[in-house]
Design a protein around this ligand. Structure first.
Ligand SMILES: [Zn+2]
Length: 343
C-alpha cells in the first residue's frame, strides 16, 4: 500500500535504554500494556518535534515510542550512509532524556531487507553498495517494482548493517530494536546467484535469524518485527500487503518465539485472525493500526478479547497521516491508549 511512502522521506529514530524504566515495562516483568506509537524520525526536525510532545503523549497513556530512524542518524562507522539532515547523538540523547523523564520506553527501528527504495529514490545502502542489491542492475529508476531489497545472503551486508545497529543500540541505550521486515516482495530473485533456487521462507527466516542472533544473542536485547511476511495470504482473508502471497509465510515456524510480532492491519474487518495465530505459535503479539478510526477501534476491541499475557497492547502507526505535533489529538491513538490504560 502506499502506506510507507512518507516513511522513507521522514524516517528517524527513537530509542530508549536499559534503564529501570524500561525494565519495568518489559513484558513478563510487568502486566502493564504496551501503549505504543510508531513514528518516522529520519531527520532532525522530526526528532525535535517528537521530543517536544513526549510529555503530552505520556499524558495520553503512551508508554512506548517506536522511532523509525533508518539512515537518519549520523553514523560514525559508515558516514557514507547518513541521510541529509540526519540527527546527531545529542539530539537523540535529548529525546531519550525526555522519554525517560516521562517513563516512556524508546525503541529505535532500522528497516531491514526490504523498503530499500521509494519510488525513484534508492536508500543509501544500495546507492553506496549496489553489490548488496538483490536485483543489481534490474529495474532502472525502480520502475515496475515496489521497493528494492538487499540480498540477505551477500557475505558482507550484515557486517555493515550490524555496525549501524550497534550504533543505534548505543546512542539510544536501547533494550530493544525493531528490524522492520515488512512488505518484502523482492526476495530470492531468479537472477541472484546466492539466492536462486532457495525457498523464500528459508531465505526470509535466514535473515530474521541473523538479526536475532545479533540482537538477542549478542546484545541481549529484544527484537521486534512486522508480521506480514509470516501470515499466509492463502489461509487468511488478508491481501498481499498485510499477508504474504510470495511464499515467505512458512518462515513463521523457523524463527525465535521470543520475537515481538507487530501485527499490522489497517482496514476494518470482522476478525483479525493473525492475532490468535501468532499467540498460538507462542509469540508475543503487538497489534498495530493506522489512521482509520473505525478500523483501529475494531482491531483494538478484537485483540482485547485475547486475555493472554503475550497480547501486549496496541501500536498506533502514523505513516505521515498526522503531523507529529498533532499526534496527541490523533483519534486512533487516543482510543487505543484509553482502551489499554488501567481504570
Ligand atoms: Zn540474493
Amino acid at each position: 500500500m502506499r502506506i510507507k511512502f512518507v516513511l522513507l522521506a521522514v524516517f528517524l529514530l527513537a530509542a530508549t535504554g536499559r534503564t529501570q524504566v524500561n525494565k519495568a515495562l518489559s513484558p513478563g516483568k510487568s502486566k502493564e500494556s504496551w501503549r505504543g506509537v510508531h513514528i518516522g524520525i529520519g531527520n532532525q526536525k522530526a526528532v525535535e518535534q517528537l521530543t517536544g510532545i513526549v510529555g503530552e503523549l505520556a499524558g495520553l497513556g503512551v508508554n512506548v515510542i517506536v522511532g523509525e530512524i533508518n539512515y537518519g542518524y549520523r553514523y560514525e562507522s559508515h558516514p557514507e550512509l547518513r541521510r541529509d539532515n540526519a540527527s546527531n547523538s545529542a539530539q537523540i540523547k535529548k529525546l531519550l532524556g525526555e522519554c525517560r523523564k516521562h517513563k516512556v520506553r524508546l525503541i529505535p527501528q532500522f528497516q531491514c531487507l526490504g523498503h530499500q527504495s521509494w519510488k525513484t529514490k534508492t536508500a543509501p545502502l544500495l546507492t553506496k553498495y549496489p553489490q548488496f542489491d538483490e536485483t543489481p542492475g534490474k529495474y532502472p529508476n525502480n520502475e515496475g517494482i515496489y521497493c528494492r531489497s538487499w540480498c540477505p545472503r551477500h557475505p558482507k551486508v550484515n557486517e555493515v548493517i550490524f555496525a549501524l545497529m550497534d550504533e543505534l543500540i548505543e546512542v539510544f541505550e536501547a533494550d530493544a530494536l525493531h528490524v522492520g521486515l515488512d512488505e518484502v516482495f523482492i526476495i530470492g530473485d531468479e537472477d541472484c546467484l546466492r539466492c536462486k533456487g532457495r525457498g523464500k521462507a528459508e531465505l526470509f527466516a535466514g535473515a530474521v535469524n541473523d538479526y536475532h542472533k545479533h540482537l538477542v544473542g549478542k546484545h541481549k536485547i529484544e527484537m521486534l518485527m512486522w508480521g506480514d511476511r509470516l501470515i499466509d495470504a492463502s489461509k487468511f482473508s488478508f491481501g498481499k500487503w498485510e499477508a504474504s502471497a510470495n511464499d515467505t509465510a512458512k518462515a513463521v515456524d523457523m524463527i525465535g518465539k521470543d520475537i515481538v510480532i507487530c501485527d499490522w492491519h489497517y482496514e476494518l474487518r470482522d476478525a483479525y485472525e493473525s492475532v490468535p495465530m501468532f499467540l498460538e505459535k507462542g509469540f508475543r503479539v503487538w497489534p498495530a493500526s493506522w489512521k482509520k478510526p473505525d478500523a483501529a477501534r475494531a482491531f483494538v476491541d478484537y485483540s482485547k478479547r485475547y486475555d493472554n499475557a503475550r497480547m501486549l497492547g496496541h501500536l498506533n502507526t502514523t505513516w505521515g497521516a498526522v503531523a507529529i505535533k498533532e499526534l496527541p489529538s490523533f483519534e486512533p491513538l487516543k482510543y487505543a491508549t484509553r482502551s489499554f490504560s488501567k481504570p
